[in-house]
Write a protein that binds this ligand. Structure first.
Ligand code: SF4
Length: 319
């Protein structure tokens, strides 16, 4: 297996009136070709910024981005244009990401026309193929986004993202704005498309229950940093980081898990502005002690299972 996308010590900082926001802070991980990494964390933890930085919608401050082993951290204009075709994004809210003045057909055709690589006939053929691929009915061709329900609007967003045959797609909370019944349909569509076309996904969500079936690997992010990464089944079997445990405890329980207790996080969320060295979760962690003031790095505790916590072994009865 080879990595399609790899980031090494990636940083994305922003200036604010009160200091420097460390939105993404020294993050390293990779995504194998045809696989899905589920990136999970509360809103504001930097997961969307990380996704946008990888596909160059936001500038990085430091570190490296590799695509098929090639350094694409600082592409020139021509390289960026080529990358834009290979790397696409599906947004959370298809209603605000689709142009209300364009019909469904025009929306899907826009990237094809802008690329200036296709004649009229090919564009027509491609539109039909894309509509069929994502399951949009022919009769909706000349409808406008506001005439469609949320699920169909998201299908249009997906068709548009796939128009130029990308290999890598950042799915940024693609089902969060949809009804639960529709969520499953869109998730299944993304899985089918991956099987059919071999797409590679970075699937961003605040909701762990959504990523289980679509992800091969789970990465948990807290205030700009990765705190735990593991193969999906392994992660759902066992979490070592106190924050991951709290996130998992928030998933609605089934009858089989009646004794599972919800962990309610208390304490102030530390600011991502000029953060102090040491564990950023300390202000909310019931296990925090003096050691937690020291910088913390991901350490392998099981096969492919990495955790950034000074006390992970003790907390989990391994020390
Ligand atoms: Fe809690 Fe300390 Fe581990 Fe951070 S390093 S999660 S504060 S025990």
């Amino acid at each position: 297996m080879s990595a399609l996308v790899e980031v090494k010590n990636l940083k994305t900082y922003f200036s604010s009136g009160r200091g420097t926001v460390h939105a993404v802070d020294d993050v390293s991980f990779s995504i194998e070709k045809g696989k899905t990494v589920g990136l999970v964390g509360e809103s504001g933890c930097g997961k969307s910024t990380l996704g946008r930085t990888i596909i160059h919608l936001t500038n990085s401050t430091g570190g490296q981005i590799l695509y098929e082993g090639e350094d694409i951290t600082h592409p020139n204009r021509k390289e960026l244009r080529a990358l834009r075709e290979k790397m696409q994004i599906i947004f959370q809210d298809p209603f605000s990401s689709l142009n209300p003045r364009l019909t469904i057909q025009e929306t899907i055709q826009e990237p094809l026309k802008l690329s200036k690589r296709y004649d009229k006939q090919t564009i027509e053929k491609e539109t039909n193929r894309l509509m069929e691929l994502v399951g949009i009915e022919e009769r909706l061709r000349n409808s406008y986004p506001h005439e469609l329900d949320g699920g169909r609007r998201q299908r249009v967003g997906i068709a548009r993202a796939l128009a130029l045959n990308p290999q890598f797609v950042v799915c940024d909370e693609p089902v969060s704005a949809l009804d639960v019944s529709i969520q499953a349909q869109i998730l299944n569509l993304l899985i089918e498309l991956q099987e059919e076309i071999g797409l590679t996904y970075l699937f961003i969500t605040h909701d762990l229950s959504v990523v289980r079936h679509i992800s091969d690997t789970i990465c948990v992010m807290y205030l700009g940093q990765m705190v735990e990464t593991a193969p999906t089944e392994e992660f759902f079997e066992k979490q070592y980081h106190p924050y991951s445990k709290a996130l998992l405890s928030a998933i609605p329980t089934t009858d089989l898990q009646k004794d599972k207790k919800r962990i309610i996080l208390k304490g102030e969320i530390t600011s991502a502005i000029n953060p102090q060295p040491g564990c950023r979760f300390a202000s909310r962690c019931i296990y925090a002690d003096e050691r937690c003031k020291q910088p913390v790095k991901l350490e392998e505790l099981g096969e492919g299972h990495f955790v950034a916590c000074h006390r992970a072994k003790e907390v989990n009865g391994m020390a």
